[in-house]
Ligand binder design. Sequence first.
Ligand SMILES: *[C@@H]1O[C@H](CO)[C@@H](O)[C@H](O)[C@H]1NC(C)=O
Ligand SMILES: *[C@@H]1O[C@H](CO)[C@@H](O)[C@H](O)[C@H]1NC(C)=O
Ligand SMILES: *[C@@H]1O[C@H](CO)[C@@H](O)[C@H](O)[C@H]1NC(C)=O
Ligand SMILES: *[C@@H]1O[C@H](CO)[C@@H](O)[C@H](O)[C@H]1NC(C)=O
Ligand SMILES: *[C@@H]1O[C@H](CO)[C@@H](O)[C@H](O)[C@H]1NC(C)=O
Length: 443
Amino acid sequence: MASIPSRVWPSALLSIVLVAFCGLADCFDPLDPNGNITVTFDIHQWTTDGYVARVTTQNYYQYRHVDKPGWKLGWTWAMNEVIWSMSGAFATEQGNCSSFKYQVPHSCKKDPTIADLMPGALPQNKSEDCCRGGLLSAWAINPAASFSSFEITVGNIGENTYVQAPLNLTLMAPGPGYTCSPVLDTDPTVSSDIGGRRQVQVFRTWRSTCTYSSFLANKTPVCCVSLSTFYNPTITSCPKCSCGCKDADKRTESCISHTGEVDRSSSLDLDDVVQCTDHMCPVQVHWHIKNNYMNQWRVKLTISNYNYRRNFSDWNVLVQHPGFSQQAKTYSFNNKMLPTLGFGDEVALLWGLEFYNTELLHADEDQLGSVNTEILLNKDSHSFTLSNGWAFPRRIYFNGENCEMPLPDTFPMLPNGGCSSRPSYYQIILLIFFTFVTLATWL
Ligand SMILES: *[C@@H]1O[C@H](CO)[C@@H](O)[C@H](O)[C@H]1NC(C)=O
Ligand SMILES: *[C@@H]1O[C@H](CO)[C@@H](O)[C@H](O)[C@H]1NC(C)=O
Ligand SMILES: *[C@@H]1O[C@H](CO)[C@@H](O)[C@H](O)[C@H]1NC(C)=O
Ligand SMILES: *[C@@H]1O[C@H](CO)[C@@H](O)[C@H](O)[C@H]1NC(C)=O
Ligand SMILES: *[C@@H]1O[C@H](CO)[C@@H](O)[C@H](O)[C@H]1NC(C)=O
């Protein structure tokens, strides 16, 4: 039996402890601790009763994108400001503008909500870097499409000679889950002019940083992991009820079984209906260990969509596995290694190839929507082993959400290799985990 290199231990322990903390209290994502979405107001022009600002929303999350139906930004004005006009976005409500006799503002709401325009908006309503329909790509995947800007003309600041930043910024991206810091004064944004030979700066810059928490979003798990190998016919399916149960559980969406029979709810909004399964997850990621060569090993990764109506555009999958410390070739997906920030196993980010499989299609009566790839990994002779579950992933995320993993004691076993007197890597991790959880509950 291959032994487990001792350097695995501290990092494995640390990651388990971090995950445990996240479960118990709200916490940042340890695999993307610097991720955030910043909202920057750059005032670049004063007007007789206010200012003109360029507002930029930048997604710094490595693998969390802002999906359809797009972001919505809200705030509360500190004084009696109104929005005279906007380009590149619009306020969803005009509000009560009855006190303006001559020129009618775009919005008079005390707490306006701003939404993005579609890419096909009229040229006169557009501004620079605008109009992505509210979508923002993940920073590690497409930085050029990870931000969006609009222009806003603010007025009616009254007698005040100074301007005040908006209060209580909110970001729906889409839906809840983001918490934004106060909008604060910061160093003015500098940009270059005359081919980079001159630097110009805006008059004033305000910024807020918004961070995501799946705890606040109150999301049920959306994804689970199943496993199989070439050396054992057993398929380890997703843990039962990973994303809810078919009946008696209000968390679940409605589901339709293969016969076309509808369980639960009679008035169906089909957008949220998934195929009936034991796990009830909208998305399943399957990890199949396909070949074991002399110097390499091969995995087939399949992502399946159980939704009947929902496509996933620009999906991504994050895999944490020590095997990615060696060179890996991904045949049908893009692949990028992310920095691990010194706490353990390598993290690979995978996403679709343009014009080929960036769209994970919905299921229909006959089949699931799915995308797959083979991954050929070089072996590190010191750490590679098929025993003790080493070759299975430590953690998988789909679109930034953690996927439920099967318990280690259900993993496919090596044919003869299973009856070791030593406790396995995973049994020990599990033991540490439950000890920790028990301790934490006691404290
Ligand atoms: C937001 O993310 C950027 C990029 O990762 C980082 O430089 C910045 O410090 C973050 N801001 C906060 C307040 O965490
Ligand atoms: C609209 O605003 C005006 C003046 O501020 C006020 O007199 C009026 O009652 C408001 N109308 C409504 C429907 O709130
Ligand atoms: C687009 O511009 C026209 C006039 O230029 C204006 O009437 C219309 O409200 C604008 N639409 C949006 C969505 O801003
Ligand atoms: C901003 O939010 C805080 C805390 O939720 C609240 O107490 C305050 O009244 C809000 N301010 C405005 C102007 O809405
Ligand atoms: C999903 O994508 C397919 C193929 O692009 C398209 O025909 C279908 O309308 C899409 N469905 C939804 C609900 O967006």
